[in-house]
Ligand binder design. Structure first.
Ligand code: EPU
Length: 417
């Protein structure tokens, strides 16, 4: 199992770039199941979750391989419409195959994902939506079994704007008969990317990126060639690294249109952010000012940036608060940050952080993807060498982040232990 050793104290300077977006490419790979034939996707980040999704497609009989950030998926000879527990338990996003399989093949057998470190994360809304579209849903031996002759368009109101739920239903409705309306849909930029992808395949989706998505079902979709959007959370993490190290870095290919509130909050820390097209330069020299954050569905502050912002707050000049409203258990990094000397008090979904002048290094453990990123940021300003274990979490969603940070001057080492 790999771990990181991060030596604190280096100021980041230079230029880096953002890779393709994990949470955009996983739905696109699932959407390939809506067609028969070979699709090509460019700008794909080489991540553990992407490899898992390719394996999932291969296990169903699709050909799927990746070379140099391009993926080819050929669904011509799909044999099985199944996502087995062994893969789903390692990646919840596997549930994204449920909608496309039910719509195109009339059947799907997908393992229920189970709990997760950051919360219970049920998929009841995905299932409710599919049932509204006319699928029969049964639960058997830990699996969801969905069946339908042809799905029929309908109106689906989501109690919560679930991101993968909206994606799943958008994919299913694209091959349904007639019009589907999704109310209170997730508005995340990754949903817009998925709609663009399906529309290029011949689909008819309007309103993606708003709370009301209208999908006119078509009989068939065609395989295409597409380039996935860049990762707004990786972009935010790199910019946060510039702030916390009092650095001066240029981050290229930031999907700035979907990053408004993150850029605003980074500015509130006292950093100067200069945006030119899709490139963002962050310059920081003074003290980090405290900020208050409340996570919310897009366009609010993303829960996927909460842990990284908390790292910044641990060394800010005063008291900050973070309120996490999306997941019930997304403060796992708090106890690790405390081991590094951070002053954080949690009460339910609220954390109060009193900034310290310095953090001390300590052996810490990554508990989930974004918590790992938070610990890397904290390690870069801690006195001494911070050992971060279980960085396999980090590899799920950041492509060799240590190489990017190292190129900017960070002293960070991957060790195979
Ligand atoms: N929820 C339900 N029922 C459902 C679906 C969701 O109650 O059927 C609840 C969840 O329990 C949660 C809230 O709704 O409290 C929002 O969950 P959502 O479904 O939107 O999350 P997700 O689609 O499972 C995606 C990202 C997450 C990101 C969240 C929130 C992917 C593959 N995952 O998850 O990304 O945190 O949206 O923005 O897109 C990450 O990248 O580190 C990550 C966890």
């Amino acid at each position: 199992m790999d771990k990181f050793i991060v030596y604190g104290g280096a100021r980041l300077v230079g230029e880096t770039h953002v890779s393709g977006a994990k949470n955009a490419v996983l739905p696109l790979l699932s959407a390939c199941l809506l067609t028969r034939g070979k699709s090509t996707i460019h700008n794909v980040p080489d991540l553990r979750d992407v490899r898992t999704m390719l394996r999932l497609l291969q296990e169903m009989g699709a050909e799927a391989h990746m070379e140099d950030h391009t993926v080819w998926v050929d669904t011509s000879n799909l044999e099985k419409q199944e996502a087995a527990y062994d893969l789903v338990r390692t990646m919840r996003a596997s549930v994204l195959v449920l909608g496309p399989l039910t719509a195109r093949y009339g059947k799907a057998r997908v393992s229920l994902p189970g709990g997760c470190a950051i919360g219970a994360r049920p998929i009841n809304l995905h299932l409710m939506g599919l049932e509204r579209l006319g699928a029969s849903i049964e639960l058997e031996g830990g699996y969801v079994i969905a069946q339908a002759s042809r799905l029929k368009g309908t109106t689906i109101r989501l109690e919560m704007p679930t991101v993968t739920g909206t994606g799943n239903l958008m994919m299913a409705a694209s091959l349904a008969e007639g019009r589907t309306i999704i109310e209170n849909a997730a508005r995340e930029p990754e949903i817009q990317d998925l709609a663009k992808f399906i529309n290029q395949m011949g689909g008819k989706i309007k309103g993606a990126g708003t709370g009301l998505v209208v999908i006119d079902g078509v009989d068939e979709l065609q395989p295409i060639e597409y380039s996935v959007m860049h990762d707004r959370i990786e972009a935010g993490t790199l910019l946060a690294a510039g702030v916390i190290t009092r650095g001066d870095i240029l981050v290229k290919n930031c999907p700035v249109d979907g990053m408004g509130v993150v850029l605003d909050k980074l500015r509130s820390t006292g950093a100067t952010l200069t945006v030119e097209g899709n490139d963002v330069r962050v310059q920081m020299d003074g003290p980090i000012e405290p900020v208050d954050i409340r996570t919310q569905p897009h366009p609010g502050f993303p829960t996927d940036m909460q842990a990284q912002m908390m790292a910044l707050m641990t060394v800010a000049n005063g008291r900050s608060t973070i309120s996490e409203t999306i997941f019930e258990n997304r403060f796992m990094h708090v106890s690790e940050l405390r081991r590094m000397g951070a002053d954080i008090i949690c009460e339910g979904s609220m954390a109060v952080i009193r900034g310290r002048e310095v953090l001390q290094s300590a052996p810490v453990m990554a508990t989930d993807l974004r918590a790992s990123a938070c610990l890397v940021l904290a390690g870069m300003v801690a006195e001494g060498a911070t050992e971060i274990r279980r960085i396999y979490h980090l590899d799920r969603g950041y492509e060799r982040i240590e190489d990017k940070l190292h190129a900017l001057g960070a002293r960070i080492q991957r060790v195979n232990s």
